[in-house]
Design a protein around this ligand. Structure first.
Ligand code: DCP
Ligand code: MG
Length: 421
């Protein structure tokens, strides 16, 4: 078993910082920290940060959080279903001139291939790279399978994407005895029931659990116990922190901040001076403190689809044709999710990567495919004729009505559960 835990370590809380005192609201993540690679997580995390509402639960007692993340998810599924791909460098994505890797197997990562890398670059790094097209229906089915496994241990499951989720196991519903043991049982069941490996991180808050799940990938486990969080983040480069993208990391490097330890050395006045509303978030992050709770039944913010075109196009009729296909895909997703939303947004990306969006909001949810389609086409008409050709077209439905109530917040007994790590 690949189980490690950082040893030693100072307390995760600075002397003089009163854990029982009310905490200020975490600052929302500012655009200075944006980065493409982290954008998916940032959206989720920034949202959570903005509506974190359980400032006292950390003071009430430490929680036990597990973050589970499948290893090289899409690529592992392809290797599972096509045994001749096992042990080989495999990429999932388009291998055309505009193709991008959604992910790649660990064998391909040895050559430097990565998620979101242009396929041409990946092929240059690894000429023997084998490409497969994504099979989203299969990935979605596996995602459901693993979610069922999670729900067997706790109702407090917060999926972040198809292949990862936070679980709050503070309340030991099955009487298993430790959070680490629960994580191991979950990993073993995922392996047995899906034939795939997952890595897990166990800790007392979400940020640390997520950092931990990444530490011993693939097929690994890492536990960060109370008292070890500050030590753990001290050794990390700051770009690994949530919300700190390449630009944020560059700005920090210019100020002599490379690692979590460097960040921790800066006082709050310095952080406020240089990072404004980010300061409180950074101050806490450098100490391994994260107050967000695990939220089950995360409400979806939008639903949509987009397509990168094989050839840049500018003609109205060609764009209408593409849009028609995107409308059909998006509406199918909307119906499947039984989503109701009021805002339709058209997104176009030009050849030079500049973007253009047009949105329309109704007073009530969009009622039918015909209505959705008409709004989509009206928005397109508004931007025609185009000044320059586009390479990507997307359409989303947002301002969604929540159809599932939020899970009750952890209070009292649950927050104070005594499950050991
Ligand atoms: N994905 C994607 N585009 C990205 C990143 C990821 O489409 N830019 C997809 C493909 C991945 C899946 O999401 O398989 C899960 O993303 P992860 O970041 O968890 O990456 P992997 O599971 O592939 O690898 P790891 O073992 O690092 O978790
Ligand atoms: Mg993964």
């Amino acid at each position: 078993m690949n189980s490690r835990s950082p040893s030693g370590g100072r307390e995760g809380v600075e002397p003089g910082l009163d854990m029982a005192a009310p905490w200020p609201q975490p600052a929302p993540l500012a655009s200075a920290f944006s980065s493409q690679s982290y954008s998916r997580y940032r959206q989720v995390m920034a949202q959570d940060d903005a509506d974190s509402d359980d400032q006292t639960s950390e003071a009430n007692g430490l929680r036990k959080i597990i973050h589970v993340d499948m290893d090289a998810f899409y690529a592992s599924v392809e290797q599972r279903d096509e045994p001749e791909l096992r042990g080989k460098p495999v990429a999932v994505g388009g291998d055309g001139p505009r193709g991008v890797l959604t992910t790649c197997s660990y064998e391909a990562r040895k050559f430097g291939c990565r998620s979101a890398m242009p396929s041409v670059t990946a092929k240059r790094l690894c000429p023997q790279l084998i490409f497969r097209r994504p099979r989203f229906a299969v990935y979605t089915a596996i995602s459901r399978q693993i979610r069922e496994i999670f729900l067997d241990y706790t109702p407090l499951v917060e999926p972040l994407s198809l292949d990862e989720a936070f679980l709050d196991v503070t309340d030991d519903l099955k009487g298993i005895g430790s959070a680490t043991r629960i994580a191991e049982l979950i990993r073993a069941r995922i392996k047995a029931e899906t034939g795939l490996t997952a890595s897990a991180g166990v800790s007392y808050n979400k940020s640390l659990a997520k950092l931990a799940s990444d530490r011993n990938k693939p097929d690994g486990l890492c536990v960060i116990r109370p008292g070890e969080g500050a030590q753990f983040v001290a050794g990390l480069p700051v770009r690994r922190f949530f919300g700190i993208g390449p630009r944020g990391a560059e700005k920090m490097a210019a100020l002599g901040i490379e690692s979590g330890a460097d960040l921790r050395d800066k006082d709050i006045h310095f952080l406020r001076q240089h990072f404004g509303s980010q300061a409180d978030y950074l101050y806490r992050a450098a100490r391994g403190i994260d107050l967000r709770r695990v939220k089950a039944n995360r409400a979806r913010k939008s639903l949509g689809a987009e397509r990168t075109l094989d050839k840049d196009i500018s003609s109205g009729s060609a764009l209408r044709e593409v849009l028609e296909r995107i409308i059909a895909i998006t509406w199918e997703r909307i119906e499947k999710a039984e989503a109701k939303g009021r805002t339709v947004t058209l997104k176009l990306k030009h050849k030079d990567f500049t973007g253009l969006t047009r949105a329309r909001s109704l007073a009530r949810p969009v009622a039918s495919l015909a209505e959705f389609s008409k709004i989509g086409h009206d928005l397109l008409d508004e931007v025609l004729p185009l000044a320059q050709p586009v390479r990507l077209v997307g359409l989303t439905l947002s301002a969604l009505e929540e159809d599932e109530p939020e899970a009750p917040a952890l209070v009292g007994g649950a927050a104070q559960g005594s499950l050991p790590f």
